[in-house]
Design a protein. Structure first.
Length: 226
C-alpha cells in the first residue's frame, strides 16, 4: 500500500516578509524599530534571506525558505532576523500578520512555520541598562523553535509557538526604557536587539505556495521603571 504522506514530495517556495511600521507620533516620542544586523538562513535548499546589516536602516527582510520537502535533507531550515528597538520610556513590541491561505490542509499552513523570540541584548554604549533587567518576552514566544519541535499525533511537526499564534495585534515583548538620552535620532549604539526566529522542518506537504507578512511595531507599554 502506498504511504499517503509520501505522494506529495514537492512544495514551491514559502515566502515571508518582515517589516516595521514607522508612525510619526511614535518617532516623536522616541520609539523606533530598525534592522538589528544581518539576517541569516541555515539548512536551506534554494532558499535565501535579504535585509540590511546596519542598525541605521529600516527593518525590511524578505525570506524564501526554498525547498521544504524531503528533497531538502537538512533537519531544519532556520532564519534568524535581528531586530533593534529603541525607546525613551517603557515600551511594548507587537506584531501583526497578513497571509495567503492554502485550501488543502496537507499543504503548508501557518502552524508549519515556527516563530519564536530570543536573545535580548544591548547594542552599544547608549543602550539603557536597567538594574532589574525586566524585558519580558510574552508566552508562548520565548523559545527557539529549531531546538524544541515535536511530532504531533498526525505525524506533522509541531512547535512551541508558530505563526498561527499571531492573532490581530499580538504583544511579544515589553519592558523599561531602552535608550539613554532624549534624542529621537537613530544611532547604531543606542538600541537593544532581539532575534525573531522562524523555522520550517522539511517534511511531506502537498504542492502549493505560501506567503505572509509580519509587521512589527513599538509603542508605549506597561509602566516598568528602570
Amino acid at each position: 500500500m502506498t504511504n499517503p504522506r509520501s505522494i506529495f514530495p514537492v512544495i514551491f517556495s514559502c515566502l515571508l516578509l518582515l517589516a516595521a511600521a514607522r508612525g510619526a507620533s511614535a518617532q516623536s516620542q522616541g520609539f523606533d524599530i530598525s534592522s538589528g544586523g544581518q539576517p541569516t538562513i541555515t539548512g536551506a535548499l534554494g532558499g535565501s534571506v535579504s535585509g540590511s546589516s546596519s542598525a541605521l536602516n529600516d527593518l525590511v527582510v524578505t525570506i524564501n525558505f526554498g525547498e521544504v520537502s524531503p528533497a531538502n535533507a537538512s533537519g531544519v531550515v532556520k532564519v534568524v532576523v535581528p531586530i533593534a528597538v529603541r525607546s525613551r520610556q517603557p515600551y511594548m513590541v507587537t506584531v501583526s500578520r497578513t497571509n495567503s491561505t492554502n485550501v488543502d490542509p496537507r499543504a503548508i499552513q501557518l502552524t508549519d512555520i515556527g516563530f519564536g523570540v530570543s536573545n535580548m541584548r544591548p547594542l552599544g554604549i547608549k543602550a539603557q541598562i536597567c538594574n532589574n533587567n525586566s524585558h519580558l518576552i510574552y508566552t508562548p514566544f520565548g523559545n527557539d523553535p529549531s531546538t524544541s519541535f515535536t511530532l504531533n499525533a498526525s505525524g506533522r511537526v509541531a512547535y512551541p509557538s508558530n505563526l498561527s499564534d499571531i492573532s490581530g495585534t499580538t504583544t511579544i515583548l515589553s519592558g523599561p526604557k531602552l535608550t539613554q538620552g532624549t534624542s529621537t535620532s537613530r544611532r547604531d549604539d543606542d538600541a537593544w536587539v532581539f532575534d525573531a526566529v522562524l523555522v520550517i522542518v522539511p517534511q511531506y506537504f502537498a504542492p502549493g505556495n505560501a506567503s505572509a507578512t509580519l509587521t512589527f511595531n513599538i509603542s508605549s507599554g506597561p509602566n516598568v521603571q528602570c
